[in-house]
Design a protein around this ligand. Structure first.
Ligand SMILES: [Zn+2]
Length: 335
């Protein structure tokens, strides 16, 4: 089974955005969203499902559009209503296509509001919808970084306790940037990934939560390319070596969109810490003129990486099932 651990419903029917536009205008609770099963079928069959079939992956761990989370918009109430609607829509996709999609939750975060407020929605998604993880935004302010670091005990630990109890991982995933200095997918996303990695290095978070797991998407931001820098910084700060410090807890996806990037990732980062992902249909939708293939057709790069077949299987399937222990049970229940 080839599992793509990172995909968003970027092709949702336009009614979803119309609902959100009402919220942006100041109405926290617009009229209930009306989208038919046929509309969902059409957007998926002509979008993500088609890509899966063309490219040879089997199932995508699927969540609401990340840039659309917009945690900085409105109040805690705005975010709660929006998140409920987005997660419910993902649940409907999974029900219609149980062999091809499995759900991951958006969280109703808001700057200045403790992440413990997201516990209820996480529980609902895991227990009622069979979701297997969540996307956690390290910067709900959208590029202003106004809340405490991800390793802050008082702020974040109550939420992590719930993740551990439910045995679900989180993908560290920022949303849209509202700081014009940071392009959303080109700068803010990669900043978010790199920032989280450095915060983990400087903290005892995984001593406090030995089974807490995070996926750092977009190939781990700058971390794998600068592995020596980060190891050196950790050493200077008298932090333990990475295998002891974070490699049981932190994983990287394969959304780097070119062969040399994947070759570097698989050479630098232990194979057990790499999970296959494409983030299709996402930020980078074009065809690379050098290869004639879509940049985000990432399976090709893993297929060509100079690693053993056993290692390829780990990246495509086994590692992901370890990081998402609810995967098999949820898949069986859905089917
Ligand atoms: Zn994403």
């Amino acid at each position: 089974m080839i599992i793509d651990c990172h995909g968003h419903y970027t092709t949702a029917p336009k009614e979803l955005q119309a609902f959100r536009d009402e919220q942006i205008k100041g109405n926290d609770t617009p009229a209930p969203l009306k989208i038919s099963d046929d509309q969902i079928r059409e957007t998926i069959q002509n979008g993500q499902l088609k890509m899966q079939q063309e490219r040879g992956s089997d199932i995508t761990i699927f969540s609401p559009r990340a840039a659309g989370m917009g945690h900085h918009i409105g109040t805690g109430k705005t975010s709660e209503v929006w998140t409920d609607v987005c997660n419910t829509l993902i649940h409907r996709v999974v029900k219609l296509f149980p062999k091809n999609f499995i759900g991951v939750a958006q969280l109703p975060q808001t700057p200045g509001v403790p992440p413990s407020n997201s516990i209820k929605e996480l529980e609902r998604c895991v227990k009622e919808f069979g979701f297997v993880g969540c996307n956690l935004n390290p910067d709900p302010s959208g590029g202003k970084w106004t809340d405490p670091p991800m390793t802050d005990k008082k702020w974040w630990y109550p939420f992590y306790e719930k993740m551990v109890e439910l045995d679900v991982p989180a993908m560290v995933h920022v949303s849209m940037s509202c700081n014009p200095n940071f392009h959303t997918t080109g700068a803010h996303y990669i900043n978010g990934d790199t920032t989280a990695f450095m915060q983990f290095i400087m903290s005892d978070i995984f001593k406090d939560f030995p089974t807490l797991r995070f996926i750092i998407p977009h190939g781990g931001g700058a971390a794998p390319y600068h592995w020596g820098r980060y190891r050196g910084l950790a050493q200077d700060q008298k932090r333990p070596p990475f295998d002891e410090l974070l490699l049981k807890n932190v994983f990287f996806d394969t959304c780097v969109y070119h062969q040399p990037g994947i070759d570097l990732l698989t050479k630098v980062v232990p194979i057990d810490n790499i999970l296959f992902a494409s983030e299709m249909i996402g930020a980078v939708r074009g065809i690379d003129p050098n290869t004639g293939h879509h940049y985000d057709d990432t399976k090709r790069y893993i297929d060509k990486a100079p690693i053993s077949e056993a290692d390829r299987k780990k990246i495509f399937e086994t590692n992901t099932k370890k990081v998402f222990p609810r995967f098999d049970k949820s898949y069986a229940a859905n089917n």
